[in-house]
Design a protein around this ligand. Structure first.
Ligand code: ADP
Length: 488
């Protein structure tokens, strides 16, 4: 059974069920119609006999009256006492109607009226007022009889009035039989039709599954994750399955593509320091150099290897964050204190003349991963310094606010603002992408030595992980404002 397709199994099930239902209905119909016909036949038989009982009349006649009786069409017979009897019938007397034949027996079981050519009633156990079942030859009959005693001239004579009718209800020859025969002819066609319909219905129902399989096959053969299942409009279970499958494919595609981009971006980023290191080594080893030259080469190698090491550790942390392998350690803490301390430390470590302006509400609490928030704030602050102008400022605000996008939920708002080089309009979309680095020529780090293009990607990822968000407003040469909203 396992090797048959589900389509075939459903079709078979459908056909067998239909056949069974039709067969049961048929048997039921035959049975009921048999009963109805049977009842009709019997009722008719009794009715005819009873009506004829009232329509017969009998007289005792003498020899002179015999000729007259014959002339009147009466039946002349002898009674058991040897008297002459004459049996006459009314106009309404019926000998045969609706398949019922009426026979009238007189004394000595002599048949007086009716035609009994194929009934051997002497073999039948006839009971007065009861219907008996009898078989003559191959045919079944119902026999109903009434014993009537008629009296003339004080002489009682017994007559037996017998009705005989063929029992067609139970046989194949009657209406029921015809019905049964008709159904037996129709049944195979009905089954074939049921199977055919079942086949088309299941085929139509299973078409979407075929589509799903086809798409899955195409993807597995060609690695093309952009393929989608198109079932057209609809909302049944299979459409829902296809939608779920498409959503899964979209997510797979996104993560697959970002994985690909990540790998190629990372290798690209690592290639530069590796190339510099190898070039420096070749330069130093190609011929004897002066001590100063060796020192210079080693310094370059040292700088590049440090850069690589920072890059690798940043890449690792970023991957952990992105893949969700780093569990968030959520705790309630004072964001104001954290930002205050961080600003103080930064200010102390700076060699530039950029000042920090504080606009920090004292008690702004959030429920978040402190290490990640620390990293986020420090990335924003170091960018503000890095892309600030000499003699400029960095303004840091922390406030209790609301998130208008989340129906006015309480949120902490952190703003890091500078009056530095600003960001071009077309770059605003790009700066949060991994490894995106803007033009470094206008910064205090024109070689991009401290630039990895991961700072803002971290900021955005951390905000997202806390169900918050980060936005930027900036004007070239005027400065930038980074706004982070974190739910409380
Ligand atoms: P980077 O390591 O290059 O600073 P980031 O992800 O932190 O990487 O920033 C990406 C780019 O966004 C930077 O290269 C820079 O061009 C731009 N940027 C970020 N912060 C600022 C800022 N405060 N002012 C001007 N430009 C900025």
């Amino acid at each position: 059974m396992k090797r048959f397709s589900i389509k075939f199994k459903i079709m078979m099930f459908y056909t067998v069920c239909t056949t069974l239902i039709v067969a049961i209905m048929l048997l039921f119909m035959v049975h009921v119609s048999g009963l109805v016909v049977d009842m009709g036949i019997k009722d008719n038989l009794v009715l005819m006999v009873e009506e004829d009982v009232d329509d017969i009349d009998f007289d005792i006649i003498n020899d002179d009256e015999i000729a007259g009786a014959y002339e009147d069409g009466d039946v002349v017979f002898y009674t058991e006492d040897g008297l002459i009897g004459s049996l006459s019938v009314d106009e309404s007397y019926v000998t045969s109607k609706n398949g019922v034949r009426i026979l009238v027996f007189g004394p000595n079981d002599r048949l007086l009226l009716g035609d009994s050519f194929d009934y051997r009633l002497e073999d039948v156990d006839i009971k007065d007022g009861e219907i008996t079942h009898a078989s003559f030859g191959q045919t079944d009959y119902y026999v109903y009889s009434r014993l009537v005693t008629l009296i003339d001239k004080n002489i009682p004579v017994e007559f037996m009035i017998v009705g005989v009718v063929q029992d067609t209800a139970g046989s194949f020859s009657g209406a029921t039989g015809s019905l049964l025969k008709l159904n037996l002819i129709i049944l195979p066609f009905a089954i074939a039709l049921a199977a055919l319909l079942g086949y088309f219905v299941t085929r139509a129902l299973f078409k979407p599954i075929g589509e799903i399989t086809k798409t899955a096959e195409k993807i597995s053969k060609g690695d093309d994750l952009s393929q989608r299942i198109d079932l057209g409009p609809g909302g049944d279970e299979l459409h829902k399955l296809a939608d779920t499958y498409n959503t899964m494919l979209s997510r797979l595609q996104t993560s697959f593509e970002s994985e690909k981009a990540f790998t190629s971006d990372s290798s690209h980023e690592l290639r530069t320091p590796t190339a510099i290191i190898s070039a420096q080594c070749e330069y130093a080893l190609s011929e004897p150099r002066t001590k100063e030259e060796y020192v210079e080469s080693l310094e370059v190698i040292n700088r590049q290897s440090q850069r690589m090491s920072v890059l690798i550790s940043q890449l690792l942390s970023f991957t952990r964050l992105e893949q969700g392998t780093q569990k968030l350690v959520m705790e309630k803490f004072n964001l104001s204190s954290l930002v205050n301390e961080l600003c103080n430390d930064m200010e102390a470590a700076q060699t530039t003349d950029i000042r920090i302006k504080y606009d920090i509400e004292p008690e702004v609490f959030i429920n978040a991963d402190m290490t990640l928030i620390y990293r986020m704030v420090s990335n924003l602050l170091s960018n503000a310094y890095k892309y600030g102008k000499p003699g400029g400022y960095v303004k840091v605000s922390v406030k209790n606010g609301v998130d208008s996008r989340k129906g006015g939920c309480a949120a902490a708002v952190l703003i890091v603002e500078d009056n530095g080089i600003g960001i071009a309009k077309e770059e605003l979309e790009l700066i949060f992408q991994r490894f995106y680095k803007g033009d470094k020529s206008r910064t205090s780090d024109p070689e991009g030595q401290t630039s990895y293009g991961l700072g803002l990607a971290f900021v955005q990822k951390i905000a997202q992980l806390h169900e918050g968000r980060v936005t930027v407003q900036s004007k070239l040469d005027k400065g930038s404002r980074f706004i982070v909203i974190l739910p409380q």
